[in-house]
Design a protein around this ligand. Structure first.
Ligand SMILES: Nc1ncnc2c1ncn2[C@@H]1O[C@H](COP(=O)(O)OP(=O)(O)OP(=O)(O)O)[C@@H](O)[C@H]1O
Length: 298
C-alpha cells in the first residue's frame, strides 16, 4: 500500500509540527528518522488516521486522509503500534489479542482465535499466552503490541519508536521480528535509533524540525558521511577534536575518537568509511551549518 504525501502541514496552536512535507513511501520496510520533536509521531498519527491532516494532501493506498471516509478505509487495512500502547495488566496476551481482534471486526470466533494463536507464536509469546501481562518485560509488551498491530493481516503497519527503552537483546529480537514483516506489506518504522533503520530498512526519510531533510536509500544516506568521517587519536588529557564526536574510547595510547566533520579535524586525523550514523550526523551537521540568508557575517 503506497503512501503519497504532498505539502502536508500540521499545527498545534502556535507550534508548527509539520511544514509542507512531501514524501512518497513505497512498499517494504521504510525508516523514518529524526530527533525528538522532529514531527515523526505527528506524521505517524496522521497516517494512522488518528489525527486529520492540517493542510496538504495524504493518500494511502489511494484513500484521501482528509476525509472521514478515507481515514476509515485506511484504518481497516492498517496496523498501528503507537509509542504509548496501553495494555491491560490483568489480561493474558491471548485475551487481549482476542479483544483487539473483536474491535477490529474479526467476527468469526474460530478464525480469530486461530489467528491470535498464530501471532502469539510469531512473536515468540506462545509459552506465556495464558499468563497475565502484569509482570511482562518491556520487550514482551512491545511484542504483544506488534501482534495486535498484525491482527487482520493489514497491508500497512505503522510502528512508532518500538525499541526505545529495550535492552540490547530485546532490541535485536524486536528488530528481527519487524524485518520479517516487510515482504508484501508496507512497514513504516519511526525511530531516533539509527541502528534500527540500518539493520532493517532499504529506504528512509529523515525529519528535522517538522521538515523532511532527506529521502532515499539507506545506502545513499551512509554516503552522505563520505569524506566527513574521521578517526583521531589524542594524548591522555588532550581536548577532544573539532567536529561532532560520534564515539570516544579510552585506550592506553590515548583516546580514540570517531568524528564527523566537513573538514579534517587535525593533522593526524585519518579518513574512515562512514556508517549510517555518521551519514545521519553529517546530514544534520550540514543542515545546522548551512548559513541562512539573514545570518550576519562574522
Ligand atoms: N497534541 C499536541 N499538542 C501540542 N503540541 C504538540 C502535540 N503533538 C505534538 N506537538 C508538538 O509538535 C512537535 C513535533 O512533535 P512530535 O511528537 O511529532 O515529534 P517526534 O519527532 O515524534 O518526537 P518524539 O520522538 O519526542 O515523539 C513538537 O514540538 C511537539 O511538542
Amino acid at each position: 500500500m503506497d503512501i503519497q504525501i504532498s505539502q502536508l502541514g500540521r499545527r498545534f496552536g502556535r507550534v508548527t509540527a509539520l511544514h509542507s512535507v512531501d514524501l512518497t513511501i513505497p512498499g517494504g520496510m521504510y525508516g523514518l528518522l529524526g530527533a525528538n520533536g522532529a514531527g515523526k509521531t505527528t506524521l505517524m498519527r496522521i497516517l494512522a488516521g488518528v489525527l486529520p491532516p492540517g493542510s496538504g494532501q495524504v493518500r494511502v493506498g489511494g484513500h484521501d486522509l482528509s476525509t472521514g471516509a478515507g481515514r476509515l478505509a485506511v484504518q481497516r487495512r492498517l496496523g498501528y503500534l503507537p509509542q504509548d500502547l496501553g495494555l491491560y495488566p490483568d489480561l493474558t496476551p491471548r485475551e487481549f489479542l482476542d479483544y483487539v481482534g473483536l474491535l477490529k471486526g474479526l467476527d468469526d470466533t474460530r478464525a480469530r482465535r486461530s489467528q491470535v494463536d498464530e501471532l502469539l507464536e510469531l512473536v515468540a509469546l506462545g509459552d506465556v499466552a495464558g499468563r497475565r501481562m502484569k509482570g511482562f518485560s518491556g520487550g514482551m509488551r512491545r511484542r504483544v503490541g506488534i501482534a495486535q498491530a498484525l491482527l487482520g493481516d493489514p497491508a500497512l503497519i505503522v510502528v512508532d519508536e518500538p525499541t526505545a527503552g529495550l535492552d540490547p537483546e530485546e532490541r535485536v529480537r524486536f528488530r528481527t521480528l519487524l524485518a520479517g514483516l516487510g515482504g508484501h506489506r508496507t512497514v513504516l518504522l519511526s525511530t531516533h535509533i539509527v541502528e534500527d533503520v540500518a539493520q532493517t530498512c532499504q529506504h528512509a526519510a529523515v525529519m528535522a524540525a517538522g521538515r523532511v531533510v532527506y529521502t532515499g536509500t539507506v545506502a545513499d544516506l551512509v554516503r552522505v558521511g563520505e569524506g566527513a568521517t574521521w578517526e583521531v587519536v589524542t594524548g591522555v588529557g588532550a581536548p577532544p577534536p573539532a567536529g561532532v564526536v560520534v564515539s570516544a574510547v579510552s585506550r592506553t595510547d590515548g583516546t580514540h575518537y570517531r568524528v564527523v566533520s566537513p573538514t579534517r579535524p587535525g593533522a593526524d586525523a585519518q579518513p574512515t568509511a562512514p556508517s549510517l550514523e555518521d551519514g545521519y550526523v553529517a546530514l544534520m551537521q550540514r543542515g545546522v551549518a548551512a548559513p541562512s540568508a539573514d545570518t550576519p557575517a562574522r
